[in-house]
Design a protein around this ligand. Structure first.
Ligand code: SF4
Length: 379
């Protein structure tokens, strides 16, 4: 069994961004305090597993904005995790942060608690675009935050960037990239803006106050990103992720490789690394009430079929640009994917979306951009 990853969901933000549809709400100290207690209780009550599965080498605080918690609250959660799981000495411990919410003192305290990787939503270096997205930080806050992080001893920093913003030009995106690469984060996550129904951004676009995003232009931005980042020494290792050598996200790789990942907190999802997936109540207040009442926060639990597991191994594995090993697939499932999917694979290859070498099936750069088309073949 592979080492597990632990995910902790912190559902609070300073303000809500106009495009966000994550399970998160505005920070309120009384609920945050109760939530942290409930979270620690959920972790401590985690059922016993086989020994190996109880060993983890990643902890990931996601959200939301986990860095809004006080160091004492983070310590409470980490103590609960360490009481239930054996955490490797060299574990990757990530915290999502938002620029403009952090001081050098607090970052030093987080570092002291064992947080060794910071992931934050820079999104864009254009203050007008940041305002448009409803972000509460400025580009200068990003520069300052990375300076504070380095001073506090963080040697592993990841930026999120969003392209395809309404009205964004290729030139503006190129300037953004330039700014981001100059700051030399070890890792970059890159997203094309998705407009989710029910968000303020979707409403603004529907009312004609914002232009629709231009998909062809977004594709150009994706290509530009890959070219510029690779010139700057980054490796494109997953559809939306690039890193300097040795700084691939160890935690997120567990999702793509089908390793066990145990999630705690509202809306958290878990996978036992074999067949079972389960998830928690989405609403933070309801989640807290359930735990306080001594009830389970679980809302869904499912056993994957053998076909589901095989399909996931392909479409999650293909997210990694190194591809999947056809021999390994045959060893694991006893099936020859190349023979069984011969027609589909030939069609995808013909369309320039995949490459097949002796043992590896992988996406091309165009395939990475149109990955949903490729994955639909295997679902
Ligand atoms: S900071 Fe992230 S999680 Fe919070 S509202 Fe903005 S996009 Fe959503």
């Amino acid at each position: 069994m592979s080492l597990a990853g632990i995910y902790i969901h912190i559902p609070f933000c300073r303000a809500r961004c106009s495009y966000c549809d994550f399970a998160t709400g505005t920070y309120a100290a009384p609920l945050a305090e109760r939530y942290v207690r409930a979270l620690a209780q959920e972790i401590r009550a985690f059922p016993a597993l086989e020994n190996e599965a109880c060993e983890a080498d990643t902890i990931y605080f996601g959200g939301g904005t986990p860095s809004l918690l006080s160091p004492a609250q983070v310590e409470t959660i980490l103590e609960a995790v360490r009481s239930r799981f054996r955490i490797r000495q060299d574990a990757e411990v990530t915290m999502e942060m938002n620029p403009g919410t952090l001081t050098p003192e607090i970052l030093r305290e987080f570092r002291h608690l064992g947080i060794n990787r910071a992931s934050f939503g820079a999104q864009t270096f254009d203050d007008d675009e940041l305002r448009q997205l409803g972000r509460t930080h400025t580009a200068e806050d990003v520069r300052l935050t990375i300076k504070y992080l380095r001073e506090a001893g963080f040697r592993n920093v990841s930026f999120d960037l969003i392209a395809g913003l309404p009205g964004q030009t290729l030139e503006a995106w190129a300037r953004n990239l330039d700014e981001a690469l100059k700051l030399r984060p070890e890792h970059l996550s890159f997203y094309l803006l998705e407009v989710h129904e029910g968000t303020p951004l979707a409403e603004q676009i529907r009312r004609g106050r914002m232009p629709h995003t231009d998909e062809d232009l977004a594709a150009e931005m994706y290509r530009l990103m890959l070219n510029e980042a690779s010139r700057a020494g980054y490796t494109h290792y997953e559809i939306s992720n690039l890193s300097l050598a040795g700084f691939e996200s160890r935690h997120n790789s567990k999702y793509w490789l089908g390793h066990p990942t145990y999630g705690f907190g509202c809306s958290a999802h878990s996978f036992d690394g074999a067949r079972r997936r389960w998830s928690n109540e989405r609403d933070a207040a309801r989640y807290t009430e359930l735990i306080e009442a001594g009830r389970s926060p679980l809302v869904e639990s499912m056993e994957l079929s053998r076909q589901d597991v095989e399909a996931e191994a392909v479409f999650l594995g293909l997210r990694l640009l190194r591809g999947i090993s056809l021999h390994e697939y045959q060893r694991r499932f006893g099936r020859d994917l190349r023979a069984e999917q011969a027609d589909n694979l030939a069609r995808l290859k013909e369309a320039g979306l995949i490459e097949i070498t002796d043992d590896l099936l992988k996406l091309t750069r165009t395939g990475a951009l149109l990955s949903n088309e490729v994955f639909a073949t295997f679902v």
